[in-house]
Design a protein around this ligand. Structure first.
Ligand code: FES
Length: 170
């Protein structure tokens, strides 16, 4: 498990630039139903949804700023700040809960000394909840960037965190 945690690639996002966002937006269709895809694209590019993006999207999709803001705030996935090098999402949905994810979440928050949607600068980890990772048969699950960790135990969680911490100092 330790070796696996050593191999998690760090997040690399572009620094926010309004001009770049406006240029990238031109590649999309301005049909309103594309708004979610566009939001996911920008979060994947910049790591979060900058507040400057809201009027840009409102104009592009011919929506009000409140409508765009409403969509962003409805979905827990969208961030309003750039995340750390590692985004650790721990599953809070039913199957993982039944297999102990509540306890793991408590241990994780204590180990990192942060709550959900916060970043531990010491470990460069942003902690987020997620509601099913589509891997229920191997619960409990967590994901670090795009790498899944399954059947996580207190012991393996400690090893995962240790692996990431060592990665910082390699
Ligand atoms: S409930 Fe956790 S992966 Fe489905």
């Amino acid at each position: 498990m330790l070796d696996i945690a050593h191999n998690v690639p760090k997040n690399h996002f572009e620094d926010w630039q309004l001009e770049l966002a406006a240029k990238l937006l031109k590649d999309f269709d301005s049909e309103e139903h594309n708004l979610l895809d566009v939001l996911h694209f920008f979060q994947g590019t910049f790591g979060y949804i900058d507040k400057e993006l809201i009027p840009l999207l409102a104009k592009f999709f011919n929506l009000s700023r409140a409508e765009v803001h409403g969509v962003i705030s409805f979905y827990h996935d969208f961030r309003d700040e750039k995340p750390a090098a590692y985004v650790l999402k721990i599953c809070q949905a039913e199957s993982c809960q039944a297999m102990g994810s509540n306890k793991l979440t408590t241990e994780l928050k204590a180990a990192l000394n942060i709550d959900f949607h916060e970043t531990s600068t010491a470990t460069d980890i942003t902690l987020e909840p997620v509601y099913c990772l589509g891997n229920c048969s191997c619960s409990p699950n967590l994901m670090i960037n795009s790498q899944m960790f399954s059947r996580v135990t207190s012991e393996s969680l400690t090893q995962i965190l240790q692996g990431l911490t060592e990665e910082q100092h390699d």
